[in-house]
Design a protein around this ligand. Structure first.
Ligand SMILES: Cc1ncc(COP(=O)(O)O)c(C=O)c1O
Length: 369
């Protein structure tokens, strides 16, 4: 079994498991209770908040724990819309966002929001000048993914951040895929809101965070006891937040990415040797996550290529609907021709990927091509 789908999810790191274990049974108290039984949970929660903040280079009180990426994106986008309704209703985003951004935007359109879905170039990058041109006096939010989950292309966020600041508009980024793979520092990116998703970097599923810059007001999505400084009610899970915190501490070290990048490039070189021009790269050749290789097997169907790679877990860039192969919205936005895009396969590598696994995949591809 070869796992090459780390952009979908990662296993929980053994160090993360070890850090979480005491919170399964011993430290069961409610972090908000204020008596002896709550202290271990409260201390652990606040320590985890500091660990997330250290990774992002922000203050701990700018970290709001959530149930994951979808919730963090929803809180950033809907929370802004509901908080800034009097100022405007216009949102700028791109055509290559994750459904966890597109979904809230489409929902808000039903409530009167106006949303610009900006086009991207053939590599999947948005032009910051397009962002500038889209801004109107009614714009309340710009939301642009940091690195794309399908093709790995990294957006020019710092430039977009400068434009957002110039116009006094808040900027959100979904950093689900970039954390743990490339540096993600809120001040350098110039963002006001940033989404963190635990299970993309060796924490468990069901936990994430939203960075909320100080003085940025959001209407909460979940009202209740006022947890997380009133921004997200609901008793926090020390167990899950400790896992997220530990994963953030591990993600400070980007050294393992060097080896992962080498293996990713070995796979690409190997594919070119086997298939020549019958395989093409989707995404930016350099400005791309170091673990991501999205390739098209030209003239073939991605799912069929994968079906022949026995025991290999990876993703395709197309879906079959009523017998017709449909390109993913990301590849469509990149204007990848249909006969190329339908053969797209995303290989995403991680800490446990080995040279032997890469060579096994190449051997299998050699046999089947
Ligand atoms: C870019 C991006 N954003 C958001 C999400 C959603 O995260 P979750 O499934 O934890 O809600 C994902 C997960 O697939 C993602 O890749």
């Amino acid at each position: 079994m070869i796992y090459l789908d780390y952009n979908a999810s990662t296993p929980v790191d053994p160090k993360v498991v070890a850090a979480m274990r005491p919170f399964l049974n011993e430290a069961f108290g409610n972090p908000s209770s204020g008596h002896w039984a709550s202290m271990p949970a409260k201390n652990a929660l606040e320590n985890a908040r500091r660990q997330v903040a250290s990774l992002l280079r922000c203050a701990p009180d700018e970290v709001v724990f959530t149930s994951g990426g979808s919730e963090a994106n929803n809180l950033a986008i809907k929370g802004t819309f509901f908080a800034l309704r009097d100022k405007g209703e216009h949102i700028v985003t791109t055509q290559v966002e994750h459904p966890a951004v597109l979904g809230p935007c489409r929902f808000l359109e039903r409530l009167g929001a106006k949303v610009n879905y900006l086009p991207v170039d053939g590599y999947g990058r948005v032009d910051p000048e397009e962002v500038r041109r889209a801004i109107t006096p009614r714009t309340i939010l710009i939301t642009v993914i940091h690195a794309n989950n399908e093709v790995g292309t990294i957006q020019p966020l710092a430039e977009i951040g400068a434009i957002a600041r110039e116009h006094g508009i808040r900027l959100h980024t979904d950093a689900a895929q970039s954390i743990g793979k490339i540096p993600v520092h809120v001040a350098e990116l110039g963002v006001d809101l940033l989404t963190v998703v635990g299970h993309k970097f060796y924490a468990p599923k069901g936990v994430g965070a939203l960075y909320v810059r100080r003085n940025v007001t959001l209407e909460p999505l979940i009202h209740g006891g006022g947890h997380e400084r009133g921004q997200r009610s609901g008793t926090e899970s020390a167990l899950l937040t400790v896992g997220l915190g530990e994963a953030c501490a591990l993600a400070m070290d980007l050294e393992p990415m060097k080896c992962i990048r080498m293996l990713r490039d070995r796979l690409w070189q190997g594919l070119r040797e086997v298939l020549g021009d019958a395989v093409v790269l989707n995404g930016h050749p350099e400005l791309r996550l170091p673990n991501t290789l999205n390739v098209s097997f030209v003239g073939r169907v991605g799912a069929e290529v994968l079906a022949r790679l026995h025991g290999v877990a990876a993703s395709t860039g197309s879906a079959c609907h009523s017998g017709r192969v449909e390109l993913s919205p990301v590849l469509s936005a990149m204007r990848v021709p249909e006969h190329v895009g339908m053969g797209a396969v995303r290989f995403s590598l991680g800490r446990a990927t080995s040279e032997t696994e890469i060579d096994t995949v190449l051997k299998q591809l050699r046999k089947t091509s």
